[in-house]
Design a protein around this ligand. Structure first.
Ligand SMILES: Cc1cc2nc3c(=O)[nH]c(=O)nc-3n(C[C@H](O)[C@H](O)[C@H](O)COP(=O)(O)OP(=O)(O)OC[C@H]3O[C@@H](n4cnc5c(N)ncnc54)[C@H](O)[C@@H]3O)c2cc1C
Length: 401
């Protein structure tokens, strides 16, 4: 049986609904981007960090975290808060990397001092976090990371080049995977929390994406000094700690950790609305049974995914802890890509009108969503790599090489 809300959880759900109904923020002066990792202006950052801070004060962020670290101390409440924010369609939570990746990793591997220092400002969006894993020569093969960490008394000297670092321009902290030894591929890695704002030797350079926005960046470290008390877990345990982060990253990527924001239901409703208002012949695109069938196929897949994810809450049905996060991430991101592609087809030639064009259907959301959807099948592990891991580790198939 799927777990039902306990009386305390039902009361919390009611609190979330009521609070979200009464406190929905007025829209910002300039439209928000699709996702937190695309935010590139101070105005958006200010608006969104205020919103996360209010949600935290109301107990909707960090609900599962212990009270001594700024959380609500109620196990099982975080899922409810995320569900209700998603249903309410309120703005997304900006500290997405902090909430989805850094916080659970610090909670699991951090010292008492680290948990007290980092978690509360992260949950309250007072300090924004980014993730420094990928490098020009280490993406899917993350264990090849070459950014070096050399011990110097109570400090470490960091040198290297991180890339695709979302939110780095606004971040105070980075979760950083670095190499302290070249003798071992995996055991040569150590995990740090690195201060990157106004830190001597750190350069953050925005990268322009196909969407025209920035969002992600290169981060260069040149003889950056960080203290040993910014190391998470033991020297040489970096790979194990990174696996904790990645497990949560994949869960967050299928929507579990980021609160409100554009979801698959919204995208499908948008497709139906677009088809109904787009002229075709004597009627609209919605009159085309082949197109309707394609939209319904997407809706069926979305429902299949929703039901599959519910299995995660049924005792005894989870055979492997990685199965649902990996499966959910692959299916959700590919589904969003297919939905966006159908939207582009319906809009036809008008799909070439982009977000700043007042004649663009749905304010240019379809080309924006279509371009972003390719990033989503790459970020947090490409679909190919996720399928390899599912095959090898979950299904026990022979290794690909
Ligand atoms: C929108 C976005 C945001 C991101 N944000 C961050 C961030 O904040 N921090 C961060 O550290 N990184 C971030 N990344 C980087 C992301 O983690 C990497 O892009 C991803 O891991 C893939 O690495 P790569 O780009 O180096 O591609 P590569 O690893 O070079 O892969 C290239 C191609 O080869 C395929 N391939 C590679 N290995 C295999 C294999 N064994 N079997 C089959 N196919 C394979 C891949 O599927 C892909 O198609 C972000 C990426 C995107 C798109």
């Amino acid at each position: 049986m799927a777990r039902k809300d306990t009386p305390e959880q039902a009361e919390f759900r009611e609190h979330c609904r009521r609070w979200l109904g009464e406190n929905r923020p007025a829209p910002p002066a300039v439209r928000l981007p699709e996702m937190a990792i695309e935010v590139s202006t101070e105005d958006h950052m200010g608006y969104l960090s205020d919103w996360q801070n209010k949600c935290w004060e109301a107990g909707l962020v960090g609900s599962d975290y212990p009270k001594e670290y700024g959380g609500g101390g109620n196990h099982g409440f975080l899922r409810i808060a995320n569900q209700e924010m998603s249903k309410a369609g309120t703005p997304f939570l900006i500290n997405v990397i902090g909430l989805g990746m850094a916080a659970p990793t610090i909670l699991h591997h951090g010292t008492e001092e680290q948990k007290r220092l980092y978690l509360k400002p992260l949950l309250a969006a007072e300090e924004i976090w980014c993730q420094g894993f990928s490098e020009p020569g280490a993406g899917s093969d993350l264990a090849s990371a070459q950014t070096s960490a050399v011990r110097d008394g109570d400090n470490w000297i960091i040198n290297g080049h991180k890339v695709w670092t979302s939110l780095a321009t606004f971040s105070k902290w980075m979760i950083l995977l670095a190499r302290h030894s070249n003798d071992h591929k995996y055991n040569g890695l150590t995990y740090f929390v690195a201060p990157i704002a106004d830190t001597p030797g750190v350069t953050v350079r925005p990268l322009i994406k196909i969407t025209g926005g920035t969002g992600f960046n290169e981060v260069l470290f040149e003889d950056v000094v960080i203290s040993d008390n910014m190391r998470l877990d033991e020297i040489g345990k970096g790979w194990t700690v990174a696996m904790t982060t990645l497990t949560h990253e994949r869960g967050a990527a299928e929507g579990a950790g980021s609160g409100g924001g554009a979801g698959v239901e919204e995208r499908i409703e948008g497709l139906v609305a677009l088809a109904k208002k787009t002229p075709r012949g004597n009627g609209t695109a919605w009159d085309d049974p082949v197109l309707r069938d394609r939209i319904i196929q997407v809706a069926i897949r979305a429902n299949g995914l929703r039901q599959t994810m519910r299995r995660g809450r049924v005792e005894g049905l989870i055979d492997h802890p990685m199965r649902l996060p990996l499966q959910g991430k692959v299916v959700m991101t590919e589904l969003m890509q297919d939905a966006a592609a159908i939207g582009m087809e319906i809009a036809g030639a008008a799909s070439s009108l982009y977000i700043r064009d007042e004649n663009a259907p749905d304010q240019g959301d379809w080309p924006l969503g279509y371009m972003n959807s390719y990033g989503m099948t790459i970020a947090a592990g490409t679909s190919e790599v996720q399928r390899n891991i599912l095959g090898e580790r979950v299904l026990g198939l022979a290794k690909s090489k």
